[in-house]
Design a protein around this ligand. Structure first.
Ligand code: COA
Length: 365
C-alpha cells in the first residue's frame, strides 16, 4: 500500500505587539518610505517579555491539532524548525512536547535557517510515507527580535517574531506532501550568521563588546543568491514531481523581501498574484514565514483542496529548498466506523472460542 502524508491541520501564533516602520525610524536612521520601497514591509510583531519561541510554537501547534481533530497523545513526532531556540539545548521541540502533553511523541529541533520549515516538512512527510510514523507536528517558530541588533538599520528593519504549524497524517488517498528539493552551499556561510553563542566564538566580554551576539548579514549578496535560487528550486521541484509550472496554482515563498518575490515571479513568468504574501504585516519571520502565509491563505479560502502549491525558501548556510504539495485540508470529522454485522458475528465467535479454550485448559488441570 502506498502511503501519503497529508496536511490535515494548520495553526499560527503571533505576538500582540506591533512595531511599525515609523516606530523604527525613532530608533535608527531610517524611514517608512525607505523600508517599504526596499522591502515591502510595513510592520512586524515583537514578542513580549514572557513570550519565547517555545510558547509561540506551542500555541500554533495546539491550534493545528484542534483543526486536525488530533489529540496530542496521538502525535508520533514533533519537529521545531528554528534559528532562535529557547536554549542551545535542550531542544525547543521537547519543551513544546511537554507543554502539549504529547506523551508518545519524539521531538527534535531542526536548524536549516529560513529554509528550516521546508526541511522539517520533508523529513516528517518522508517518515510518514516510509511507514515509521503516522502523525507529525511540523512547526516553524522564531523570536528573532532577541537576536537582532536594534542599532543596525541594515538588519533590524527586516525581521519579526511568530510561529506556524502543520499537522501531517498518513493516508491512503493520493495527495499531501509530494516531493522536495533540498540544497546547500556552505561556502556562503559568512554572508548571514550569528557569530557568537556557538562553540567557535563562545560568549565573552570581548564578543559582546563587538556585538557578535547579534545577526550579521551582507544584504546585497543574500539578495542576489535569493533571486537565483527561488527560481531554480521552484523549477526543479516541479520537474521532479513530473508536473509543469502551468500545473501550479500558488507559490508560498519565504517572506523576506517583496522585491525578491517580484524577481522570482518575473523569472518564473508567473503573475505576482500567484504568490502568497503577508510580509507587509509580519516582516521576515524566518522558519515561520511559510506556514504563517499558508495559514492565512487557507483560512481565507485562497487555497483549495486539489490544488498544487510550491513552498520555496532560502536563507543562511547558505541553504535553500522547495516542496511541492497537493493541498487537501482537514479530514471530515472522524467517527469510529460501524462494524459490519458479519464482522461482529466473527468477533463474538472468536471471543467464545477463546473462553472455551480457557475453560478446557482449567478442566484439564
Ligand atoms: N534605512 C535607510 N537606509 C538604509 C537602511 C535603512 N533601514 N538599510 C540600509 N540603508 C542604506 C545603506 O546603508 C546603503 O547606504 P550607502 O549606499 O550610503 O552605504 C543604502 O541604504 C543602500 O543599501 P543597499 O544594501 O544597496 O540596499 P538594498 O536596495 O540592497 O536593500 C536590503 C537592502 C537589506 C533590503 C536588501 O539587500 C535585501 O533585502 N537583501 C536580502 C536580505 C534578506 O532577505 N535576508 C534574509 C534572508 S533569509
Amino acid at each position: 500500500m502506498t502511503r501519503y502524508a497529508h496536511i490535515t491541520g494548520w495553526g499560527h501564533a503571533v505576538p500582540d505587539q506591533v512595531l511599525t516602520n515609523d516606530d523604527l525610524a525613532r530608533r535608527v536612521d531610517t524611514s517608512d518610505e525607505w523600508i517599504r520601497s526596499r522591502t515591502g514591509i510595513r510592520e512586524r510583531r515583537i514578542a513580549a517579555p514572557g513570550e519565547y519561541t517555545s510558547t509561540l510554537a506551542t500555541r500554533a501547534a495546539a491550534e493545528a491539532l484542534r483543526m486536525a481533530g488530533v489529540h496530542p497523545r496521538d502525535v508520533d513526532l514533533i519537529i521545531v524548525a528554528t534559528n532562535t531556540p529557547d536554549y542551545i539545548f535542550p531542544a525547543t521541540a521537547a519543551l513544546v512536547q511537554d507543554a502539549l502533553g504529547a506523551s508518545k511523541a519524539g521531538a527534535f529541533d531542526l536548524q536549516a535557517a529560513c529554509t528550516g520549515f521546508v526541511y522539517a516538512l520533508t523529513i516528517a512527510a518522508d517518515m510518514i510515507k516510509a511507514g515509521g510514523i503516522h502523525t507529525a507536528l511540523v512547526i516553524g517558530a522564531e523570536t528573532l527580535s532577541r537576536i537582532v541588533d536594534w542599532e543596525d538599520r541594515n538588519t533590524c528593519v527586516l525581521f519579526g517574531d511568530g510561529a506556524g504549524a502543520f499537522v501531517l497524517e498518513a493516508a491512503e488517498e493520493p495527495g499531501g506532501v509530494i516531493t522536495s528539493v533540498l540544497r546547500a552551499d556552505g561556502s556562503g556561510a559568512e554572508l548571514l550568521m550569528l557569530p557568537t553563542c556557538g562553540t567557535r566564538h563562545p560568549v565573552s566580554p570581548k564578543a559582546l563588546e563587538e556585538r557578535l551576539q547579534y545577526l550579521r548579514m551582507n544584504g546585497r549578496e543574500v539578495f542576489r543568491f535569493a533571486t537565483r535560487v527561488m527560481n531554480s528550486a521552484t523549477r526543479e521541484v516541479v520537474a521532479k514531481a513530473g508536473l509543469s509550472l502551468e500545473d501550479i496554482h500558488w507559490i508560498a515563498p519565504h517572506q523576506a523581501n517583496r522585491r525578491i518575490i517580484e524577481a522570482a515571479a518575473k523569472a518564473l513568468k508567473r503573475p505576482l498574484d500567484d504568490f502568497l504574501l503577508n510580509l507587509d504585516r509580519y516582516g521576515n519571520t524566518s522558519t515561520a514565514s511559510i506556514p504563517l502565509v499558508i495559514y492565512e491563505a487557507a483560512q481565507e479560502g485562497r487555497i483549495q483542496p486539489g490544488q498544487y502549491g510550491v513552498l520555496v525558501a532560502f536563507g543562511a548556510g547558505l541553504i535553500w529548498g522547495a516542496t511541492l504539495v497537493q493541498w487537501t485540508g482537514p479530514r471530515p470529522a472522524r467517527k469510529p466506523p460501524r462494524m459490519a454485522w458479519h464482522r461482529r458475528v466473527a468477533q463474538v465467535g472468536s471471543w467464545m472460542r477463546r473462553v472455551r479454550r480457557q475453560v478446557e485448559g482449567l478442566l484439564a488441570r
